[in-house]
Design a protein around this ligand. Sequence first.
Ligand SMILES: *Cc1c(COP(=O)(O)O)cnc(C)c1O
Length: 824
Amino acid sequence: MYSKRFAKETFKETVKDNVKTLYRKKIEEATPQQIFQAVSYAVKDIIIDDWLATQAEYRKQDAKTVYYMSMEFLMGRALGNNLINMTAYKEVKEALEEMNIDLNAIEDQEPDAALGNGGLGRLAACFLDSLATLNYPAYGCGIRYRYGMFKQKIENGYQVETPDDWLMEGNPFELRREEYAKEIRFGGTIRFEKDPVTGKDKFIQENYESVMAIPYDMPIVGYGNHVVNTLRIWDAQAITNFSLESFDRGDYHKAVEQENLAKMIVDVLYPNDNHYAGKELRLKQQYFFISASLQAMIEKYKKDHDDIKKLYEKVKIQMNDTHPTVAVPELMRLLIDVEGLDWEEAWDVTTKTCAYTNHTIMSEALEKWPIDLFSKLLPRIYQIVQEIDRRFIEQVRRQYPGNEEKVRKMAILRDNQVRMAHMAIIAGFSVNGVAQLHTEILKHQELKDFYEMMPEKFNNKTNGITQRRFLLHGNPLLADWITGLIGDGWITDLSKISNLKPYVNDERFRKEFMQIKYKNKERLAKYIKEHNGIDVDPRSIFDVQVKRLHEYKRQLLNILHIMYLYNQIKEHPEMSFYPRTFIFGAKAAAGYLRAKETIKLINSVADVVNNDRSINGKIKVVFIEDYRVSNAELLFAAADVSEQISTASKEASGTGNMKFMLNGAPTLGTMDGANVEIVEEVGEENAFIFGLSSEEVINYENNGGYNPIDIYFNDWELKRVVDQLMDGTYANGNHEMYKNLYNALLNTQSTNKADMYFILKDFRSYAEAQKRVEAAYRDEQRWSRMAMLNTACSGKFTSDRTIEEYVQDIWKLEKVYVPSGQPE
Ligand SMILES: *Cc1c(COP(=O)(O)O)cnc(C)c1O
């Protein structure tokens, strides 16, 4: 499709020219980083033509656009993915080979764009890929953090965080768009005035601080369709002329303050996953990128339309969790104070424009801003929130006369807090959960009152992942093999991957499938040797748990089970045991003590077990440093077992589970999140399910928890493992090192808070499921069938399917076909 411009010789010349003009060097003298830059600029050159053509076509067709608002976009690397989607990966690989350059090594020069924590941010990135591939007009709107997710170093077994200076060498794919800069105002006071002409109230913000928001645009290339959408991320800059003015007035401090505010605001991504921190700077970040994005959105709309009351016909705003919910009052403000609509008109537009995605039911993750903080930082926005709340409460009282309990539970403003989820639900025309089970829990537990009052808003959109990155790019051997068997339709229509099913019955194909898995395990073993210095045997079972470190995800259950196995092997060396490599990868939020202790425990167990020659290498434990999108691609491709062991009801969906499945790794998991739907697709006999159900967990929780003490005293093997947290076995004799973990499990001061994540409760069930894994793996015929069936049944879990559902049920977009932007 792009073969014309990828005429090898032209491309090679462009790369050489770029090295010359950028670095005054010959290609042979250039460093790998310089070659990465030169190649990326050559690729961007080609993308630009389609980018222009796409935006022109959208305007010509006056196409409705979705604005996907997200504090996080976990993009990973761009070069390889862009080449894949331009269907030029192999041509470029060849062209570079002819210049003695290895494309893989060049790709490794690119830092991950880690502008996100985990699943929520990666979902946003997968959605952008699917929107472009499916020909839908879309913007991603977010923040250009100066430092993304911290880099994780493991020192002496402990996590050490270092800054992620991802822009150090420059980002070749971004475009700075100074001309679209917007002013953002914080704080100050609001003065009323009656407009002498219209008689309307005017609201004037005074004594505020302000910064300029400068957009940087990144191209989002659709697969083989010439569509290039835009990820627009905002940088902050002090307002220079204001600063000079202040300086002239001698107000030097004011000028410096504005400079500092600008620097601070986009400085760093908050490294919390599924956790609310309530920091003022975080609210500043939220309002900053939302106000800028909405101002730009309205400005763009008004270029071609003069009736602002019909804005909703041309744009939809999807709020990725409550983080962007300030979009509701900010859109109201822009429509009322700037565009001159009255309240009812503005409310009509806002509630037909905004939709909300809920990502969690865990109370510690719910955003609740203290009113004094919120009202000081955003005084005009707060007035609008008060009015939204006042009118909503009126409605509740009309519908439930005399029921003040309802008002208390549902109001936006209560107990000196602004409850962002309530605002999102009240103003959004759609409220969706991210997996069937999660949406049911929302409807019947957490958001029951809202569901009863407005059932029509609630819907489910089970998450998905893009097969372009997590199979086509991440697992080229398997991708080519699949295409050889069933054609390449699966790349843009993953339901076609079910055409692999007939081949599952043929031993020859199962063997080939497992040979590819073996090669991917060798690739990962090499990575582990290079990064960890540990020898792992690719013939052992690769049992992988990679995801953010969180108590509810229960890495502790996994490592306690490894300690238990190690005890068993030591005690019964004669016991038959299939060699296992346990692989972990996880970042812990910097202030999350128990999470960090868990990382230390994993590394300490690894030290002991890996160096115990008496167990003949039956168990290896590996902690992959700095888990991120780029090394994730290697891990999914090489995994035999997918550990998805969250406490049932806690993992809203999970998407890692889907990436493993796509790459042929059966799930060892609880009936939680999208695991339920994975089992539905692949069959229970092709997964290893264990543990309490979500109903059972919720039941215990509603009745004050459970008491782990009985389990502890009645299971001596488990007791021994728990005691080993305190006896120094994995701490060089230190008895304090894991006391937080020990207390989390057994805290006898308040039994209702003991083992809140049901680790001891689920332990035996987990150990038994692990036994089933081993038995299944020993049976090569059976295992290869299970593994291959997982790939063949993964069709539902593409983000393409998810996006088509959002389009059908929520956004109602039309596909736009774009002619090639390549000059003849
Ligand atoms: C997919 C992904 C996640 C989410 O994993 P879960 O297991 O769903 O929590 C987190 N981080 C990275 C780098 C990912 O690719």
